[in-house]
Design a protein around this ligand. Structure first.
Ligand code: AP5
Ligand code: MG
Length: 209
């Protein structure tokens, strides 16, 4: 476990939240402002899925059902990407980690490079709003998992398998909660405030309202 006042040689951020909370939207803005690299496991797995390889076909079986892709597949992809990338400004990990097993394995990977997660930004949005946003997006997203039934399953899977990570990162003193019901730019402002405060203090913050 990393001490709260650890010096991060990279700015590694996790953007955490349920489907539709705005992880992708906010990640794009964060990487622009802080010169970081966006690593979305959702985007990565969707690219795999488009290929007709055995791996792509396997991934599709999970994504199309709204289920999580098995940890070993996801962790292998992450490991390949971050290997030897310890001299970069940092990453925004979007949609990863998503299970306690992924989080523990990820901590071990990052510890080896001495590039720990600095801050976990947890974006909180009411469930009804999440559902409405994703149903709205389904009109033109082209995503096979943006349909009524599958959105509901994704939300259930989040509650069961991903929500426990909040306690995991709380115990590391790394999590900051951001209310995500406001318009995009207002949410972004709160996220920037949290990141800037971290950068100034190198300490993790209380909940930002
Ligand atoms: P992933 O691609 O990560 O999808 P998700 O978590 O379900 O979330 P979304 O991408 O749908 O939403 P988002 O939070 O990024 O919000 P967005 O910015 O798009 O994962 C998909 C699948 O891949 C998983 O189900 C799983 O199968 C697999 N997978 C991925 N990672 C995995 C992992 N680590 N382990 C195992 N399996 C994994 O915004 C949503 C909508 O809301 C948009 O229309 C946007 O314009 C709008 N919006 C955003 N912010 C606001 C705002 N403030 N106000 C109003 N509207 C807003
Ligand atoms: Mg996304």
């Amino acid at each position: 476990m990393c001490p709260q006042n650890i010096f991060c040689k990279m700015l590694n951020l996790v953007i955490f939240g349920p489907p539709g909370s705005g992880k992708g939207t906010q990640s794009t803005k964060i990487v622009d402002k802080y010169n970081l690299t966006h690593l979305s496991t959702g985007n990565l797995l969707r690219e795999k899925m488009e290929s007709e390889t055995p791996l792509g076909k396997e991934v599709r079986q999970y994504i199309d059902k709204g289920l999580l892709v098995p940890d070993d597949i996801v962790l292998k992809e992450i490991q390949q990407i971050i290997n030897g990338q310890d001299d970069m400004p940092g990453f925004v990990f979007d949609g990863f980690p998503r299970t306690i097993n992924q989080a523990e394995a990820f901590d071990r990977m990052l510890d080896k490079n001495s590039t720990p997660i600095c801050l976990v930004i947890s974006v909180e949005v009411d469930e009804e709003e999440l559902f409405n946003r994703l149903m709205g997006r389904s009109e033109d997203s082209g995503r096979s998992d943006d349909s009524d039934e599958i959105i509901r399953r994704r939300l259930e899977v989040y509650k069961k398998q991903t929500l426990p990570l909040i306690s995991y990162y709380k115990s590391q003193g790394k999590i900051v909660a951001i209310k995500g019901m406001d318009p995009v730019d207002k949410v972004f402002g709160k996220i920037c405030h949290a990141i800037d405060t971290f950068l100034h203090s190198r300490k993790v913050l209380p909940v930002v309202d």
